[in-house]
Ligand binder design. Structure first.
Ligand code: PMP
Length: 356
């Protein structure tokens, strides 16, 4: 039986994407060849890369606005160092918002390159909210933030107005909600949450911010080189890009990011309403900053853990335990999670209430 998969990443993808991807492993485009055995320079794969790059921009409303989309390797963790390498000037500085573990990891990398100002942090409160009311130095080379904090279940609802380029790690909420993406100059996201299998990293970059740092950048870390090579500087992660394309096509068929956002809001609403109603549970994140992708919650009484765990496992739910730094539970309800699966979890929470 197919499980209700709440894993934070790698995570659920649409069932029809799994089916199409399986077919392409056996016989890609009726070519008599597997997608896994063809050259990345073949006409068929170049078409996949081109469509994936242009569809990513289209879904974000960035077509024709001076942006380029790339599918690179190395995960968001490599983007943590590519951002300062490409954007921080020699003797320059960067501003970072510390909203969680991944933001902290990005800050660590930036420090290798130069002065890294942390404009605000919610570390003291175990990152249970998004810091607000901070000032971004106007002489920073860029401002970096994390739109959705996968571990803590918080999400930025507003982004600061600033004169400096904005860099955003959107690993866990890319393509899940409509924003004015033209306010961002560099967006990156590991594919393995809302887009595809692990192995590809989407990078969306405004071309005119590049080649201004004055640094000599090693080729594989140079966004401008990847753009010139049309995201084929070296062998790209062929299968991860193909599956990402299938997911992007699925989002488009659903009506685009705005339509998917409506479904995501309905799912999040259903679950948070139960967390707030059910006297056995409490939410882990500040209400105004709650993520509609990673819903973190705790049992009020740890004595109920065993019973609750047995109930959700029996209901075919997988991947619910929270990250060790928060404890409790984390329901990752990415784009592909059907509302019916969220209802199964809500029913289990109600069942616990009537049982104890
Ligand atoms: N940023 C965020 C918000 C994440 O959730 C993760 C992974 N969970 C990362 C960065 C690190 O991504 P990767 O494993 O692709 O390097």
């Amino acid at each position: 039986m197919k499980k209700h998969n709440y894993s934070a990443g790698p995570s659920i993808l649409p069932q029809e994407v799994f089916e199409k991807a399986s077919k392409a492993i056996l016989n890609f485009n009726d070519s008599g060849l597997s997608i896994l055995e063809i050259s990345h320079r073949s006409k068929d794969f170049v078409a996949v890369m081109d469509e994936a790059r242009s569809l990513a921009l289209e879904l974000l409303g960035l077509t024709g606005k001076g942006y380029q989309a790339l599918f690179l390797q190395g995960g968001a963790s490599t983007a943590f160092l590519m951002a300062p390498y490409n954007l921080m000037k020699e003797n320059g500085k960067a501003a970072y918002l510390d909203s969680g573990t991944w933001a902290t990891a990005a800050i660590k990398e930036a420090k290798y390159f130069g002065e890294t100002v942390v404009v605000a942090s919610s570390k003291e409160e175990n990152y249970n909210h998004i810091p607000k009311g901070y000032t971004i130095p106007s002489d920073a080379d860029y401002f970096h933030c994390t739109s959705n904090n996968t571990i803590f279940g918080t999400q930025m609802k507003d982004f600061p107005a600033t004169n400096v380029p904005v860099v955003c790690d959107m690993s866990s909420d890319i393509f899940s909600r409509n924003l004015d993406f033209s306010k961002f100059d560099l967006i990156y996201a590991g594919a393995q949450k809302n887009m595809g299998p692990a192995g590809a990293t989407l990078v969306v970059v405004k071309e005119d911010i590049l080649e201004k740092s004055g640094r000599t950048i090693p080729s594989m870390l140079d966004y401008a080189k990847h753009i010139k090579a049309e995201s084929m500087y070296n062998t790209p992660p062929v299968f991860a890009v193909y599956v990402s394309l299938l997911t992007l096509q699925w989002i488009k068929e659903k009506g685009g990011v705005a339509a998917v956002e409506k479904l995501n809001d309905a799912k999040a609403d259903l679950l948070y309403t139960e967390i707030d109603r059910n006297p056995l549970f409490k939410g882990a994140a500040a209400v105004e900053d709650r993520s509609n992708m990673n819903v973190t919650f705790l049992l009020n009484n740890a004595d109920h853990t065993e019973t609750f765990d047995a109930l959700w496992k029996a209901a075919g739910i997988s991947g619910l335990p929270g990250h060790r730094s928060v404890g409790g539970y984390r329901a990752s309800i990415y784009n592909a999670m059907p509302i019916e699966s969220v209802q199964v979890l809500v029913d289990v929470m109600k069942a616990l209430e009537s049982k104890v």
